[in-house]
Design a protein around this ligand. Structure first.
Ligand SMILES: [Zn+2]
Ligand SMILES: [Zn+2]
Length: 1239
């Protein structure tokens, strides 16, 4: 009888199906399982199996398997005919999807299991179920692996709590997950199994137990306390068996090709370290769990040189481990003498998590706002809810606790969402990095992480955002930075990979870039070397995680789209309209209110320490600097671009001349540089068209007819950190390095001594050159290969730049952007084999003999080429190159053969082509004569006031800005004009009118900024006042930025009344005066219509006026004497109450008392002493008293504007705006008070 029949006879098959299933099982076990048990089978094993002993084994094993299967079925004694036996090799080659198999489950049970999984992890699919039977033998693999083996191959198994007794035994696996390698994206050949339940042993093995240890070869198991004594007195050749509780289990390490791990045995307060280095015992690493009671035999006492020569117990190849499973693990109390006073609960979970949040570890050191904290060592149980970054070793547990595994070697089986984990001796950190959850758990080499339940869901598809973040752990290993810094770099890396990849940098660069930025921002040196044995075994415990820095104000990265979105969205919500009105806004009429609201601006600082900001932390931006694009809103400025958005930037940089002053950006080498911006101002300009009838209606949005805003940044290029220089910037920095000589040699020294206050330029140069040379990855952001083509070039110096404007050039339909510059031609057109870019000037580029007869050329930019506007500045030298040509005539304008013989009388013009490039030549050596710039003299505001020329170029600080509506086009867009008040250091000021109707909107014309206004017309008003207005050739550029939003313009100059009255010209319209009040001439209080300004009592006194709202207006005029002369000073509205020294309640009382009558006028002195006859006597007397009181007639310090419209020989009274002007024949100096200075 053949063995198959023998096998079949053991069972009473109910059907054909069962018979055939039984036959299949028998064949499977014979072919795949028996050969593993009976040793290596010869090639013709099938035939041999029919014979004797082997077939007996097969039959009994098959019977055992089928009976065991029957026992494990939900309905006992049925055959699992729907399950198919599968060999390991078939599983690996055929099963491409992660799956689960549960032999005993009903369909319903599986459904419940899957639903639970998907509910707890929304967005994830539970593993699909397969009906497969896996039967084989559990064996130890390499490096501590456990593997399921059959004759076809083997596969790695992950077990929850494996028993040493499972090894080398035939088993069948009733409950398992299979994770194929392709699903995880790891290079794990053939995937792996997760044994979710214990394997079923198929035949009884030799009984193992503690009893066997006691007898035998005279070995006696000793306790930890006793063994600790033996450890100190090492006896050569002595073997020990030790029983104790596992205190800690360190992760498997591979050092110099040797794999090993350590664990400790404890008893009371005693601790014994055990080293497992023998490759045949590495599989213990999966069996040993913290809290378990174990007995280990045949231990040898060794000296561990790596651990300062301390003695340690070593596992030998005869050692055995006996685990005594107790149903509940009682984790050991932490006996480590940690720096904390309070001992945390031994095992924490999400439920008692609150306890660890409130108990903040105490502060030890405070250094420059950064706190150093001690971490606490705890144990924790929880469920992985998110894989934040597998490569960087970051996870979330229980949705609110972060887990960082990077200080351990990466796990063989990577964690996935849904895994239950148990962590022992893990560091608890509170707020190490503000970008992560406040509670963080970090493992070190002492920590153990054990998976106590495998996830029911498969691996989520690899996050395309951070596939290369594995570079971060490598950098950490190299540099040994702190965990706070590491976490910050990880977060930045994931953010940058969204905002920069792939359009700005390559994916693999993001990690290095983030790391470099972290080092720059945190300014920390590398940490000390890690000592692995001390970290694992020392008492008390020390490791890099013991201390960490907490800096709540570490910069926060914002992508440019986030930045502009939040600026736009908070533009209006952040502002209360009444706050935009000047002081005393409640007394403004309708038209004054609407005019005041039409333009306003908000400036935010990048750093909360220097002003109002967008977020609580300082901000950090990363992007590439570029010329404005065709779609860019602002054509006057460079833009900063990342992968998703671009933001316009008003930029300045330090002047090349060594005064160190700021000027508008001029260096083209910045184009294409990838930079980090940390110090910047965010500007939102608001434009509002409204018909508010009065102050009371400001909260009603229906009176707003149109509103929009413009968002841009302001910063100085000196404050940039170059992450990746453009080719031109690299050239520029190299040149400067050569010029400044010793700079490179003393670099190290300055790095040490410099506290960050050294000139920005020097720092920038050094950082950029180091980032360029030390860069391990090439991050060229400029176009590649452009430099290798032949081209022609000419060197020019810009003499004058015209403003950019919209023009109908006729060449294209509609309006195109247009501007032109006048430039001096420095030398002949030179041809090159390759683009010289901004390389140093050569001799052949200079026309030596013709130096005194400078040829000029007008370069015309229109359309695309107008994008060069932001970087072409008067006084700077540029090399203009035309690529892909060797024909010099393209760069010679009509008639400019000029650089040799022809004498030119008129400027020749040259149309700049779209593919021409300008390169700033920053250090034109050999050009001493040309360095004396011929650019027009830049005047100050005082110079302009005192000058007599018609066209002026001057520089001034903006102290005020209002929008001026162009009355002729009062229909739709009314914001066509701007009036700026600019002043200089002396405080003298000047008003400048700009017509913006034909130009792209110029950003940066803000109070606090200093502007260069070139080719402006100096004009005199009818009354002799000086003001400036723009002309078609005018241009404005921002040369330096407001230091901070609170900086005030210098005070107006101090004036003496006598001298001021004598000066006929309006050279100083605003001044400060200090004098004594002689008397009041006039006080008027009135309720006026908010629309038309007429007297308002119950309604507007003007017939037909629909207004229903009124404003309280006040006016006063007094005589002031400062000893040198007298002046009549006018006060209005919000200045009157403080002038009269009235309290708020008194003022309100006056307003109420005047409701009926509407107005009152008082003439305390003067020609007639007459007041309105029918006035309320008590009110009149009150005001008369006030005006003559000593409190009011006092010394005053005022800022005043001198009246312009002064006509001495006319005798009349007239109204202008809201003021009455009375003229007399001998009229003293007339002033309007702008500001009442408190003494
Ligand atoms: Zn540690
Ligand atoms: Zn009215």
């Amino acid at each position: 009888m053949d063995s198959e029949q023998l096998f079949l006879d053991q069972f009473e098959a109910q059907s054909e199906a069962e018979v055939s299933w039984l036959k299949k099982m028998f064949v499977f076990i014979t072919q795949h399982v028996c050969p593993v048990l009976t040793g290596p089978a010869p090639p013709a094993a099938d035939e041999l199996l029919t014979g004797g002993a082997v077939s007996d084994v097969c039959v009994s094993l098959s019977v055992c398997v089928v009976k065991t299967l029957q026992e494990n079925m939900a309905a006992t004694h049925t055959l699992p005919v729907s399950y198919r036996p599968m060999s390991v090799s078939e599983l690996v080659s055929r099963q491409h999807l992660a799956c689960v198999s549960h032999l005993s489950w009903s369909t319903n049970q599986h459904r419940v299991w899957a639903r639970e999984a998907e509910l707890s992890l929304p967005g994830n699919k539970a593993l699909p179920r397969v009906n497969l039977l896996l039967i084989g033998c559990l064996r130890e693999g390499r490096g501590g692996e456990w593997r399921l083996m059959d004759s076809s191959g083997s596969i790695r198994c992950e077990c929850l709590s494996p028993s040493p007794q499972w090894l080398n035994r035939p088993v069948f696996l009733p409950h398992w997950n299979y994770i194929p390698h392709n699903a995880s994206g790891q290079d794990e050949a053939g995937g792996f199994m997760e044994l979710t339940g214990s394997p079923v042993l198929l035949c009884p093995g030799p009984e193992q137990g503690l009893a066997a240890v006691g007898g035998g070869e005279g070995l006696r198991a000793v306790g930890v306390r006793e063994a600790a004594g033996l450890l100190h007195n090492r006896v050569r050749g002595q073997r020990l068996s030790v029983c104790g509780q596992v205190g800690s289990v360190c992760p498997l390490l591979v050092v110099a090709g040797t794999t090993f791990f350590c664990f400790t045995l404890t008893e009371d307060k005693h601790m014994l370290p055990v080293l497992v280095k023998d490759s045949s015992r590495l599989w213990w690493s999966q069996c040993v769990c913290v809290g378990q009671s174990v007995c280990v035999t045949e231990l040898r006492v060794c000296v561990l040189r790596g651990w300062r020569g301390n003695n340690i117990l070593c596992v030998t190849d005869q050692s055995e481990i006996h685990t005594d499973y107790t149903p509940t693990h009682t984790p050991v109390d932490d006996t480590h003498t940690e720096p904390q006073s309070d001992t945390p609960p031994s095992v924490m979970s999400h439920a008692d998590n609150n306890g660890c949040e409130e108990a903040e570890p105490e502060t030890d050191v405070v250094q420059s706002g950064v706190r150093m904290k001690w971490s606490r060592v705890i144990s924790y149980q929880g469920t992985v809810t998110e894989v934040v970054s597998e490569g960087a070793g970051l996870y979330m547990i229980d949705r609110k606790v972060g887990l960082c595994l990077v200080y351990q070697p990466s796990l063989r089986r990577r964690l996935r969402a849904g895994d239950r984990v148990e962590l022992h001796h893990v560091h608890f950190l509170y707020r190490p990095c503000p970008d992560f959850p406040p509670s963080m758990l970090c493992t070190c080499l002492r920590s153990s992480l054990r998976v106590t339940g495998f996830s029911r869901v498969g691996l989520s598809p690899p996050d395309s955002a951070c596939p290369s973040d594995g570079a971060l752990p490598r950098l950490l290993l190299e540099k040994n930075t702190g965990v706070s810094e590491y976490l910050w770099a990880c977060h930045l890396s994931s953010r940058l990979s969204h905002s920069l990849v792939p359009s700005v940098v390559m994916r693999q660069c993001v990690c290095v870039l983030s790391w470099r930025l972290m080092e720059f921002v945190w300014r920390r040196g590398t940490g000390g070397r890690r000592d692995i044995y001390s970290e694992m075994l020392d008492e008390p415990h020390t490791c890099p995680l013991a201390q960490y820095s907490v800096d709540p104000s570490v910069p926060q990265y914002l992508s440019l789209s986030e930045l502009s979105q939040s600026l736009q969205s908070t533009c209006w919500s952040s502002v209360c309209l009444s706050s935009l009105l000047p002081p005393g806004g409640s007394s403004l009429t309708s038209s004054q209110i609407n005019a005041a609201l039409s333009w306003s601006c908000r400036t935010l600082s990048s750093d909360p320490r220097t002003g109002e900001t967008l977020r609580r932390r300082p901000l950090l931006l990363v992007g590439v600097l570029e010329l404005p694009s065709q779609t860019s809103e602002h054509k006057h400025t460079l833009q900063l671009r990342d992968g998703a958005a671009a933001v316009s930037c008003v930029v300045t940089e330090t002047s090349e001349e060594e005064e160190g002053g700021q000027r508008a950006a001029f260096n083209t080498a910045w184009i294409g540089c990838l930079v980090c911006v940390q110090q910047f101002t965010m500007v939102t300009e608001r434009f509002l068209q409204s018909d508010f009838p009065s102050y009371q209606h400001l909260d009603q949005d229906e009176f707003i007819t149109h509103k929009h805003c413009r968002v841009y940044l302001q910063f100085s290029l000196d404050h940039l950190h170059i992450l990746s220089p453009s080719v031109a910037m690299a050239t520029h920095l190299r040149q400067r390095g050569v010029e400044s000589g010793g700079d490179i040699t003393d670099r190290k020294q300055t790095e040490k001594t410099e506290g960050g206050q050294t000139a920005g330029r020097k720092r920038r140069r050094r950082e950029a050159s180091s980032s360029h040379s030390a860069s391990s990855v090439a991050m060229t952001t400029g176009p590649v290969g452009v430099g290798s083509w032949p081209c022609v070039s000419v060197v020019l110096r810009v003499e004058q730049k015209e403003g950019v404007s919209w023009r109908n050039t006729g060449a294209e339909v509609g309006l195109t952007l247009h501007f032109s510059i006048r430039a001096a031609v420095i030398g002949p057109v030179v041809s090159w084999g390759r683009d010289p870019k901004n390389g140093p000037m050569t001799d052949r580029e200079i026309e030596k003999e013709k130096e005194e007869k400078v040829v000029q050329v007008v370069l015309v930019f229109s359309g695309v080429s107008a994008r060069w506007f932001p970087l072409l500045q008067p006084g700077c030298l540029y090399r203009l190159t035309a690529a892909n040509t060797q024909d010099p005539s393209v760069l010679i304008g009509c008639g400019v053969s000029g650089w040799s013989e022809v004498e030119l009388h008129t400027d020749s013009a040259l149309q700049v082509q779209s593919d021409w490039r300008f390169h700033t030549l920053t250090r034109p050596l050999l050009l001493h004569t040309f360095r004396q710039a011929l650019s027009p003299t830049v005047l100050s505001v005082s110079d302009v006031l005192d000058s007599s020329s018609e066209l002026v170029c001057f520089q001034g600080l903006v102290s005020d800005r209002i929008s001026v509506n162009n009355r002729t086009t009062d229909s739709g867009h009314t914001h066509t004009g701007v009036r700026l008040t600019v002043c200089d250091q002396s405080g003298r000021s000047l008003q400048v009118y700009l017509d913006l109707s034909h130009t792209p909107y110029p950003p940066g014309l803000l109070p606090g900024n200093t502007l260069l206004l070139s080719a402006f017309q100096r004009r005199l008003s009818r009354s002799g006042g000086v003001y400036c207005s723009d002309s078609p050739v005018s241009s404005v550029s921002v040369v330096s930025l407001a230091q901070s939003s609170s900086a005030r313009p210098p005070p107006a100059p101090m004036m003496h009344l006598g001298l001021w009255a004598l000066s006929r010209e309006q050279r100083s319209p605003v001044g400060r005066v200090k004098g004594h009040v002689v008397c009041f001439l006039f006080v008027q209080l009135q309720w006026s219509c908010s629309l038309c300004g007429s007297l308002y009592t119950q309604s507007c006194s003007s017939s037909g006026c629909p207004s229903s709202s009124s404003v309280f207006q006040s006016k006063a005029k007094l005589v002031m004497d400062d000893g040198t002369g007298e002046a009549h000073v006018w006060f209005s509205d919000d200045l009157v109450r403080p002038l009269l020294g009235l309290a708020g309640s008194q003022w309100e009382g006056l307003q109420r008392a005047l409701r009926v009558k509407g107005h009152i006028r008082v003439y305390p002195r003067g020609r007639s002493l007459v007041c309105d006859a029918d006035s309320d006597n008590s009110l009149l007397h009150f005001l008369l008293c006030v005006c003559s009181s000593d409190v009011v007639c006092r010394s005053l310090s005022l800022t005043c504007r001198k009246h312009n419209n002064w006509r001495p020989d006319e005798m009349r009274t007239f109204s202008r705006g809201d003021r009455d002007f009375m003229t007399r024949t001998t009229r003293p100096l007339q002033l309007t008070c702008l500001h009442l200075d408190t003494d």
